[in-house]
Design a protein around this ligand. Structure first.
Ligand code: ZN
Length: 317
């Protein structure tokens, strides 16, 4: 099969890569923060996908947008734009994700938001991505509590706007409960239980890397652990409910913006959170601004193998 565009042959054997294929707007630091935990092969895959995406649109350089597109694909699976979703389902997804995103912006100890999207990927109908400010290995109790609130925020947003709850939040609840349990049992963060760990972890060599939990506490303690886990979840559920209840209009605005644009970046979410309109966002600067629009020029070029368009830069609207 013939490729539509020719990719210039380069000598990759030299260990210094010339950067004239990279657009000025590529921010490696941002990419690095969003790809922590990637293996070498994942990173190679990411760069490959970005280059392919640039070639797909006949670009002379690889832009940040291409890297973002590639990163999302490697991280969350390819977009499933062909998936059939009812209008109602889409609205529920938008409200659910808006709940996560608004809390991520408003809670003081949360990780900064990166983007929120209602384009289905893999098994997920929507996604809210946060970006660690630095490569963190230690988290404070306040941070973890805010994280529990954010996880519960999707379900709470559905509850206070639509009045009903869908099954879409199942994974969120599991993760929130798991986090609360680890705070109590592994990290000694519960005042009532004290700075102790509960349950010994043992790696069973014969069962591969499966980890077995051993109970090393009494039934009475088990009961108190459950109460503490429940308290962490309920307290942060109440906190999320208070914030989203107070800012219900912003929650609805954010959901509307998501329905209209499918994906919002951090800046756009922040603008809605402080009640600013989205329209007067500054256009892209640097080399990216000088590049021609991404649409293929002729009708013949519009036909080909080109898979669905990646999200176009919203900042250029
Ligand atoms: Zn969710």
């Amino acid at each position: 099969q013939k490729t539509a565009y020719e990719i210039p042959k380069r000598d990759w054997s030299s260990d210094v890569c010339s950067s004239d294929l990279l657009s000025d707007d590529v921010d490696v630091a941002v990419l690095a923060r969003g790809s922590s935990g990637f293996s070498g092969a994942d990173l190679a895959n990411l760069v490959n996908e970005a280059a392919l995406n640039a070639a797909r649109y006949n670009q002379k350089v690889v832009r940040m947008l291409d890297f973002e597109f590639a990163k999302d694909k490697v991280l969350m699976g390819a977009e499933r734009r062909s998936m059939i979703i009812s209008e109602n389902e889409k609205r529920v997804t938008a409200i659910h994700e808006a709940g996560h995103a608004l809390l991520a912006v408003m809670l003081p100890h949360a990780e900064p938001i990166h983007k929120v999207s209602i384009i289905p990927r893999g098994m997920a109908l929507g996604i809210t991505m946060q970006l660690p400010a630095d490569e963190k290995h230690n988290y404070s109790r306040e941070h973890l509590e805010d994280q529990i609130a954010i996880l519960l925020g999707g379900r709470i947003a559905e509850e206070i706007t639509i009045g009903s709850i869908t099954t879409g939040a199942g994974n969120d609840l599991e993760r929130a409960t798991d986090l609360a349990r680890r705070m109590v049992c592994e990290w000694g963060m519960s005042g009532a239980m004290g700075p102790l760990t509960f349950g010994k972890k043992e790696e069973q060599i014969f069962l591969g890397r499966e980890i077995a939990q051993h109970t090393d506490y009494s039934e009475d303690t088990a009961l108190r652990i459950d109460q503490e886990v429940k308290r962490f979840v309920t307290d942060n559920s109440n906190k999320a409910q208070a914030v989203l209840g107070e800012h219900k209009q912003k929650l609805l605005d954010l959901a509307d913006a998501l329905l209209a644009r499918e994906t919002l970046d951090a800046e756009q979410v922040r603008r809605i959170a402080v009640g600013l309109p989205l329209e007067d966002i500054a256009p892209a600067t640097g080399a990216a601004a000088a590049l021609p629009p991404r649409e293929p020029k002729t009708a013949k070029e519009r036909q080909p193998i080109v898979p669905p368009l990646p999200p176009r830069p919203l900042t250029q609207e």
